[in-house]
Design a binder for this molecule. Structure first.
Ligand code: GLV
Ligand code: MN
Length: 195
């Protein structure tokens, strides 16, 4: 989904003071082999949190060599029962392959149709660009998957935190009206996200 590159590569200078659509390139004389390799997805993420999951990012901010090349990857680890909660990527289609465990992978279309399947190691999925999706570990043990995106910076809108943990906070009356519940329910959910 990203625009086509205009040169072989453009290793990002993340500290540049100018702002462009993407990041400016660091000088070619400073580019080394190290710029094109990334070890950040080697290790299991820390799943000791309320969701029992951890997304380790491999986007342009973590791996500047991806800049302008239109691709990136994540690693997602799951404790038993863990969930990567409903979210969407405004700038990319996502594909993934399950490496370990059994994952329920689901997404919902703009017509509110839910598509889903339980996958085991070696099986692959695709999440069309921008659609709301999640993965849940439905197996006995741990699980993990690698995901790939057609953007160097797919972005993620995580609906729970977007609605209940924004800064500043969305007014309770907006959320009570949206979800047709009493204010106590909204306060309770907000409290879970530290709002
Ligand atoms: C999984 O959905 C991911 O965004 O990496
Ligand atoms: Mn995703």
């Amino acid at each position: 989904a990203d625009p086509d590159p205009l040169q072989d590569f453009c290793v990002a200078n993340l500290n540049a003071t100018i702002s462009v659509n993407g990041f400016p390139c660091k000088p070619i004389s400073e580019v080394t082999s190290e710029d094109f390799f990334f070890s950040g997805l080697m290790n299991e993420g820390n799943t000791s949190n309320a969701f029992g999951s951890a997304v380790t990012l491999g986007n342009v901010l973590e791996f500047p060599g991806l800049n302008t090349l239109g691709i990136s990857m994540n690693r997602v680890d799951f404790a038993p029962g863990g969930i990567n909660p409903p979210h969407s990527h405004p700038r990319a289609t996502e594909s993934g392959v399950v490496i370990e465990g059994n994952l329920l992978v689901g997404f919902v279309t703009t017509n509110n149709v839910y598509y889903y399947k339980i996958l085991s190691a070696g099986q692959m999925f695709v999440i069309p660009r921008g659609l709301v999706h999640f993965q849940k570990n439905v197996g006995e043990g741990k699980a993990h998957t690698f995901t790939a995106f057609n953007s160097h910076f797919p972005g993620a809108v995580i609906f729970s935190t977007t609605l209940f943990a924004s800064t500043p906070s969305i007014p309770n009356e907006v959320l009570t009206q949206t979800f047709q519940v009493e204010e106590e329910v909204i306060k309770s959910i907000k409290s879970k996200f530290g709002a």
